[in-house]
Design a protein. Structure first.
Length: 292
């Protein structure tokens, strides 16, 4: 496994790997956990070689967000990846990614708006910009992202289609199911911000979401169910809820009434220094009566 920090050695390494067969990219911001390792393992099943990028991207953090506090532990991350059959670690510096005079921004409308797009202005421009740069730098055949960042995945898929980053007829952007702790909390590098007491309370998030999904399946209306979900989080120790919404899984358009196609429940809530996000599928409802 090779770790490179500059573009020239990256290009040489990528060229050599591509001779052998398909190359997968797993983009990360480091502080790796089992969720990232799952992406790497899935990537290995599909591609001959796997490259992992590790870059804490300043352009996707807003003013007052956790850019400075975001955990940086490259040596530990590289050790974790060494045992996973990864061929290449791409760990550029900020200067390499955004040299002096850098002036280009990639912006995806529609799916970027609302939810995290509203709560974190500019966030998805930063994500889209760095992901398109990573794709151009590594030129992967396939790329792997976690479903935990559901809106991010939708933004990247939209961008890949719009900018012809996807080869025709091949879905090269893989979304991999969220990996959870034993109590249901989605794995995230930001869970490290939680004190032990907050960490115990954080399990209320997936629990309240599952209860909301059960209520919807039992025929409850969306609005009171989502209000109850917010109430449970605030009563359970969360300081605030940025959103708790039912959305179309692909377009992320709001879903007011659950139809047969189903929806995605997306939530962002703050506890202590952490802002946690999660999402889960909501099964559709059969409309009308079913005769036998
Ligand atoms: O999901 C992340 O870790 C980041 O948003 C990504 C995709 C690596 C872009 O910086």
């Amino acid at each position: 496994m090779q770790t490179v920090h500059q573009l020239d050695p990256l290009r040489r390494a990528v060229e050599a790997l591509r001779v052998d067969g398909p190359l997968a990219l797993v983009p990360t911001m480091g502080a790796l956990h089992d969720g990232h390792l799952t992406l790497v393992r899935e990537a290995r099943r599909v591609a001959r070689h796997v490259a992992v990028s590790i870059f804490v991207n300043p352009r996707q953090f807003g003013a007052g967000e956790d850019l400075d506090a975001y955990p940086r532990q490259l040596a530990r991350d590289v050790d974790m990846l060494a045992g996973e059959g990864v061929s290449l670690v791409w760990a550029p510096t900020v200067k390499v990614m955004y040299p002096d005079g850098y002036a280009t921004n990639v912006s995806v409308s529609g799916v970027s708006e609302g939810l995290d797009g509203a709560a974190r202005p500019g966030h998805f421009d930063g994500v889209a910009t760095v992901v398109v740069k990573l794709f151009n730098q590594v030129r992967p055949d396939v790329a792997f992202f976690g479903e935990k960042d559901w809106q991010q995945l939708a933004v990247i898929r939209r961008m890949a289609r719009d900018l012809d980053l996807v080869r025709p007829h091949v879905d090269t952007i893989y979304g991999i199911a969220t990996v959870r702790e034993a109590d249901g909390l989605a794995m995230s590098s930001r869970n490290a911000y939680l004190t032990p007491e907050e960490r115990a309370k954080a399990a209320a998030l997936p629990q309240a979401m599952r209860e909301a999904i059960d209520a919807l399946a039992a025929g409850e209306d969306a609005a009171p169910t989502l209000a109850e979900l917010r109430h449970k989080l605030l009563a359970g120790g969360f300081a605030s809820v940025d959103y708790a919404d039912l959305r179309d899984p692909d377009t992320l358009a709001p879903v007011a009434k659950l139809e047969s196609a189903g929806a995605r429940l997306l939530v962002a809530a703050r506890i202590g220094k952490a802002r946690l996000i999660d999402n889960m599928p909501v099964p559709g409802r059969v409309q009308g009566s079913v005769s036998i």
